[in-house]
Design a protein around this ligand. Structure first.
Ligand SMILES: *Cc1c(COP(=O)(O)O)cnc(C)c1O
Length: 498
């Protein structure tokens, strides 16, 4: 299977290993497989009797054809083992109405769904370096507003041929998130707080990436830059797995019959997770509608309702920060598979120039056959957390609550009886302070105290990776922030790059 750019610059295509190593295509587009593999009913049936790791290896194998079955099975088995995902990789939790079923994607080492891809992708990259004859070390640079940085650190720690540096705004992440990163273990990791906000960190990383002198100097040190964010195909393909796996589990537990359709609802930021669900549908998984759930930053809802994508608007900070995004990068992949290279390249050019683009009526109608957009204001997110806890004795984090609220809007509108699978993207304990506020516990002093308040009030267990966070050794002092302009200097110094 070859991979080509969404903007048409690589017509000859590259291998999956090359696409994963490179991240972004040379023309600025995103890599996509030249065709989509087909999931037959027979294959779906046979997956039902397998473990999560076996299902993952088989589905990854349909896309990553330059990796052997043995390699994929070994990597998936190691990535999704019980010690890393206690309670299972992607278990189901039905709400009391029986129609909405949560797909819990947060049982990994950092308690958010990014682990589902970031536990396996580093292994795929490590093999990609060998497959492409790469002798240099890959240096992964990540700017994070919280979740991605920690998940990437956990995924890449002690991986052969790779070093990772994560930058976060000193005053832009929660205490729990700060401690999660500051106490990171591993021989190849570096964490640095910076003065400024997330955009300063992000711009700093982009500047390093786009400087040819930096690339040359790193090359002399046998180092090249690579990225871990969701524009990399290696992060997307593992996300297809859990939708197929969840379908098998719904068949096995009797919620649906094989072949019966379900809806899938995904709390969305960068459009990576929901696009993986769309790919599962295109492969043949019986999915009817895709419900795209946004928070107060509802640029995607507006797009799916009007066909206009316009980022010239106010940006809001919400209690679901991982969805506070105005440029949903992976939307480009949807436009490409639906409308082709030429139109996609033109829209992306318009987005770059004016901050907006507009689909024609016919094109909008094509997307509306598959997708519906809904959004929740902050008040609905909080009331959803409260209601779900009252009705189902189930705690959802604010991101998940946006999904549950969106699914409710859809049900109220349609009275449809099709089961809805809702992606649950973070542990409620990762955002314990806002969850406490929503369900009306005594107000905790800070977000560390909130872990204990939530536990005391609800009797649910604090996930192990968060439970001992106060007792771990701080390796990367959060107070030692540097200016964004000095990011390269700090990482070079740490890793001994001249
Ligand atoms: C990243 C993230 C999302 C958004 O996922 P996308 O793939 O960017 O759409 C939603 N919820 C949580 C908790 C996340 O960390």
């Amino acid at each position: 299977m070859k991979y080509i750019s969404t903007r048409g610059g690589t017509p000859e295509g590259v291998s999956a290993a090359q696409a994963i190593k490179q991240g972004l295509a040379g023309d600025g587009g995103l890599f996509m497989p030249e065709s989509l593999p087909v999931l037959s009913t027979q294959m779906l049936q046979s997956l039902c009797d397998k473990t999560y790791a076996q299902r993952a290896a088989q589905i990854l194998g349909m896309y990553l054809t330059d990796y052997t079955e043995g390699e994929l099975l070994a990597d998936c088995t190691a990535a999704y083992e019980e010690s890393r995902f206690p309670g299972g990789a992607a278990p189901l939790a039905p709400l009391s109405d029986g129609k909405r079923i949560l797909l819990e994607l947060w049982h990994g080492p950092t308690c958010a769904f990014k682990d589902m891809a970031l536990q396996i992708m580093p292994k795929l990259l490590s093999r990609a370096l060998k497959k492409t004859g790469e002798h240099r070390t890959a240096l992964i640079l990540v700017a994070t507003s919280g979740d991605t940085g920690k998940a990437a650190l956990e995924g890449y720690r002690d991986v052969d041929g790779v070093k990772i540096a994560v930058f976060y705004p000193a005053h832009g992440v929660s205490r729990v998130q700060k401690l999660q990163m500051a106490t990171q273990e591993g021989n190849n990791v570096f964490v640095q707080s910076i003065h400024g906000n997330f955009d300063d960190a992000q711009s700093g990383v982009k500047r390093i990436f786009s400087d040819p002198d930096v690339a040359k100097r790193l090359d002399e040190n046998q180092v090249f830059l690579s990225s871990a964010n969701s524009i990399n195909w290696g992060r997307l393909v593992p996300q297809i797995v859990y939708y197929i796996s969840a379908y098998c589990d719904l068949v096995k537990n009797g919620t649906i019959r094989m072949g019966e359709r379900i809806h899938v609802c995904v709390p969305t930021g960068n459009f990576g997770n929901i696009f993986a669900a769309y790919l599962a549908k295109r492969m043949g998984l019986p999915i009817d509608r895709l419900l795209c759930a946004s928070n107060k930053n509802h640029i995607l809802t507006d797009f799916l309702r009007t066909g206009v994508y316009d980022r010239n608007r106010a940006f809001y900070t919400t209690m679901s920060p991982s969805m506070d995004i105005l440029i949903s990068s992976n939307l480009e992949r949807l436009l490409y598979v639906t409308f082709g290279t030429e139109k996609t390249a033109a829209w992306m050019k318009s987005l770059q120039k004016t901050g907006s683009y507009e689909l024609g009526q016919a094109e909008l109608a094509v997307l509306q056959k598959e997708f519906s957009g809904y959004f929740c204001e902050e008040e609905q997110t909080a009331s959803t957390i409260r209601e779900v806890y009252a009705d189902s004795h189930y705690l959802c984090d604010p991101h998940t609550a946006v999904g549950v609220g969106a699914a409710k809007q859809y049900l109220d509108q349609t009275q449809d009886s099709t089961p809805i699978l809702i992606a649950s993207t973070a542990s409620p304990y990762k955002f314990a302070y806002d969850v406490c506020k929503a369900i009306g516990t005594p107000l905790p002093e800070n977000d560390l105290a909130a872990l204990h308040v939530l536990h005391d009030v609800t009797g649910t267990p604090i996930p192990a990776p968060l439970a001992d966070i106060e007792r771990r050794t701080v390796r990367f002092e959060p107070e030692a922030a540097v200016e964004a302009a000095d990011m390269l200097q700090s990482v070079s110094g740490y890793f001994g790059i001249r």
